[in-house]
Design a protein around this ligand. Sequence first.
Ligand SMILES: NC(=O)CC[C@H](N)C(=O)O
Length: 263
Amino acid sequence: MNKITVGVLALQGGFHEHLNTLAKLKVADSSAAYVTIVPQAVKTPEDLSLCDALIIPGGESTTIALLARLSGLLELLKEYEKPIWGTCAGAILLSRQVVGTKKGGQEVLAKMDVKVGRNGWGSQVESFEADLTVKGMKDESRPFKGVFIRAPVILSLLPTTPGQPPVEIVARLPDEITPSHESAPFSAVDALGICVPSTPGYLPTPPNEREVSAQPEDLRHLVALRQGNHLLTTFHPELTRDDRFHELFVREFVLPSLPEAKE
Ligand SMILES: NC(=O)CC[C@H](N)C(=O)O
C-alpha cells in the first residue's frame, strides 16, 4: 500500500494543475507511513489501467466526454469501479443528470445520484471565490478557498441507486452567498425539483426519477459531495496552493479502496 498511482484524465482542461499538485503531495496512511504517489496523465485505456484512482479535471464537460469517446475511454470510465474525483466539468461528468447541456446533449458517467445545472452561477466574469469548511479535511477549522469558474450547481439529490451508498455532503457555501444570476440555465423552481427546461438538449426528468421533494435547503449551496468512493467538487481545488483536498481524496477515498486496506 505504500505506492499508489493516481490518474488525471488529460484530454482537455486543467489536468496539468492536478498532476503538479499530486507530484508534490504528501499523504500518510493509517500507520503514519508516507505513501508514494505516482501521478499519471490518462489519455488512453492503457494509461487508465495503471491507475488506482482517477481525477477528472475542470474544462469543458461536453468536449471532455467527446474526446473520451474518441479515445476509447468513455465506456471504460462508465464501468470503472475505482475512486473518481470530478472537479467542475469533472463533477458534471460524474452526475447522473445534467440541466443546460449543449445541443445534442451531454454524455455522463452517472456515478453519483445528483442532478447538476451547467454554468449555474453565470458566465466566466461571474466567477468567484468562497471560504469553505470541508468535512474530514486536515486542519478542518482553517477554511479552504473554493475557486468557482463557470461552475455547475447542484439542483437535486436523486433517489439513491439500489445497492449504492447515499450521497453525503462534504462542503457547502456560506449562507450569505446566494445564486442570483439571470443567465443561469434554470429557474428557482428548478432547484426545488420542478424541472424547467431553458436550453435545447435538456431532457425532462422521468417520473420514476423524481427527486425527494422535501429538500428544504437551497441545494445550490452544496459544493462538494461524496457517494461511496466518488467525490465531486463544483469548484477547483487544483487552482490554489492548498493541497488539502487532494490529501483528503487520497487518504479517505483511494487508500481505503486498495485491496491491502481490506485485509
Ligand atoms: N471550470 C469548469 O470546469 C467549467 C465547466 C463548464 N462550464 C462545463 O460545463 O463544462
